[in-house]
Design a protein around this ligand. Structure first.
Ligand code: FES
Length: 107
């Protein structure tokens, strides 16, 4: 989108985001889950669209995370819920930059 103004926010040190583990960060009161999977970065609303479960504590496999509370599963790259195929979980652009992890809060 041409009118998209990016808002990259420093959220964590890259070394704190170990491959295969998610971290939960707070940005302007918003819980964000940061995933480092197979060399890629993903950022998603940290509270499950179902009942607010802690997405960062979910099990990750096959590019999807499963909420630890009731098992809703979302694609990391899109936030699409894998059963009903709806984009229920908001995702954000994320990048590693000079050893820091940044999230575009306007994405
Ligand atoms: S709160 Fe995530 S599946 Fe229910």
């Amino acid at each position: 989108m041409s009118d998209h103004v990016q808002n990259w926010v420093d959220v964590a040190a890259e070394e704190d985001c170990v491959e295969g583990h998610a971290v939960e960060v707070l940005v302007d009161g918003q819980v964000i889950a940061i995933f480092h999977e197979q060399g890629e970065w993903f950022a998603m609303d940290g509270m499950c669209a179902h009942q607010g479960g802690p997405i960062a504590q979910g099990h990750v496999a096959g590019g999807c995370v499963t909420c630890p509370w009731h098992g809703w599963q979302y694609e990391l790259s899109t936030g699409i819920q894998t059963i009903n195929r709806q984009p229920l979980q908001k995702t954000y652009a994320v990048r590693a930059c000079d050893g820091r992890i940044e999230v575009d809060m306007n994405s």
